[in-house]
Design a protein. Structure first.
Length: 427
């Protein structure tokens, strides 16, 4: 019966779980899916793509270098014109420079997507952007620590759309009380996403990881699953895994000082009147707002909407359920050519990326048509819409006009689930 608690359902014999209640019309596709067969096909496709990467790594490395060259060209264009009166060309170049370094270069490097193809190990997941301020500045300089983002993002991939997933936008929006505040904070979030949420949230996950590795108990009253915004970081002083001064000194201020102060400072030597300096500051500021918007629109919307699923219990990595969730809790934007892929930051292949996070961007593009065919044959929804449609659906969830769907627990595959801890999420 539907009033059974999740823990009780897990205690039932597997054969009794087939006594399931009727599904909502939107969930009827679940009835006909052979999860084991579906997962096996997706897994075998991923293994084949991985083998092709190992055999033809040069093509994947050249593709990566091409993406880096595009990004570097945007950097040169933006930086060489930032002295001009604030203008769309400079703002777009600087904004997409930051966007491309995040979504394609840094993102896939820390996933290990370039480990097999780069003989220099520069883009290796254990080296890229971390271990020193020099590597951070030269490789992936943004509002957050690359190693902190890596700790947080691993949790996102292997706890996708659960309460343990730190990237569930619905959970962040739930902390805003009242319709007016929800609307105001939803639009504000679009403009401050990186320094207002990603920087403190990823730093929190890194510190939690360090606490647990050292065997230290978390501070009393600290909830590791609660969203950590910049405001909350200051509010929770004394009962947090880091101090506000640590966040400022290690994470936010280095970027602010070097990017907004040191970078344009030479313009003072050219123009002591400071006019060129202020032009540069405005261009950098507007580009930062743009890069925040681009990141939210391309990343936060990938797993949010009334047609996206959430889950009560964790599953085993690389199990059939893992692959099913990667598809039904993710959405792609419209595929296109190289330019479209670049502008989307390759997040228009998010379904493929969540099935095989360790593969290169080129492999994701090559595997997309086959994965789409597998989903079609097995009746698994492969959602693909424009970025503007997904942004609208995300804002609907953030303002509580709609809600995300919970995957019916009685229809989960028991062999794939991880055990529940009493009162907590699964481990």
């Amino acid at each position: 019966p539907p009033n059974l608690q999740p823990a009780t359902l897990q205690e039932l014999a597997p054969e009794l779980r087939h006594d399931r209640w009727p599904l909502d019309p939107e969930d009827r596709w679940i009835e006909s899916v052979d999860v084991a067969a579906f997962g096996d096909e997706v897994h075998r496709l991923g293994q084949r793509l991985l083998a092709e990467e190992r055999d033809a790594g040069e093509a994947h490395l050249e593709h990566l270098h091409k993406i880096v060259r595009y990004s570097d060209c945007l950097a040169v264009l933006g930086l060489s014109t930032m002295w001009m009166v604030p203008n769309p060309l400079t703002v777009l170049a600087l904004g997409f420079w930051a966007h491309s370094r995040f979504t394609m270069v840094g993102h896939h490097s820390l996933h290990g997507g370039h480990n097999r193809i780069d003989p220099t190990k520069h883009y290796h997941s254990s080296n890229f952007g971390s271990k020193s301020i020099q590597r951070r500045v030269l490789d992936w300089f943004d509002w957050f620590l690359p190693e902190a983002w890596g700790a947080e993002h691993d949790l996102h991939h292997f706890r996708l759309s659960e309460d343990d997933d730190p990237d569930v936008v619905e959970n962040v929006a739930r902390t805003w009380k009242g319709p007016a505040k929800k609307w105001f904070m939803s639009f504000l979030t679009l403009l401050i996403w990186k320094w207002g949420y990603i920087a403190p949230q990823t730093f929190k996950e890194l510190k939690v990881k360090e606490y647990r590795k050292a065997g230290r108990p978390l501070p009393e009253g600290f909830d590791p699953r609660a969203p950590m915004t910049l405001l909350e970081a200051f509010r929770s002083e004394g009962r947090n895994v880091f101090s506000s001064w640590e966040l400022l000194g290690e994470v936010l201020l280095p970027y602010f000082v070097l990017h907004f102060v040191v970078l344009p400072l030479p313009l003072v030597l050219i123009d002591p009147s400071l006019e060129l300096l202020w032009n540069a500051e405005w261009n950098l500021l507007l580009a930062d707002v743009l890069s925040n918007f681009l990141l939210f629109a391309c990343v936060a919307t990938n797993h949010c909407g009334s047609d996206m699923y959430r889950f009560k219990q964790a599953c085993k990595p690389w199990s059939p359920t893992f692959y099913l969730r990667a598809v039904c809790a993710s959405t792609n934007f419209d595929h296109g050519g190289e330019v479209s892929n670049f502008l989307h930051g390759w997040t228009n292949h998010q379904i493929e990326h969540h099935c095989w996070p360790h593969l290169s961007m080129l492999s994701l593009s090559r595997g997309a048509p086959e994965l789409q065919d597998i989903c079609k044959r097995h009746g698994v929804p492969y959602v693909q819409e424009s970025i503007w449609t997904r942004l609208f659906k995300t804002l609907e969830v953030m303002t509580e006009q709609t809600k995300m769907r919970w995957f019916p627990e009685a229809w989960e595959r028991p062999a794939d689930l991880l055990p529940l801890r009493p009162g907590l999420s699964s481990v």
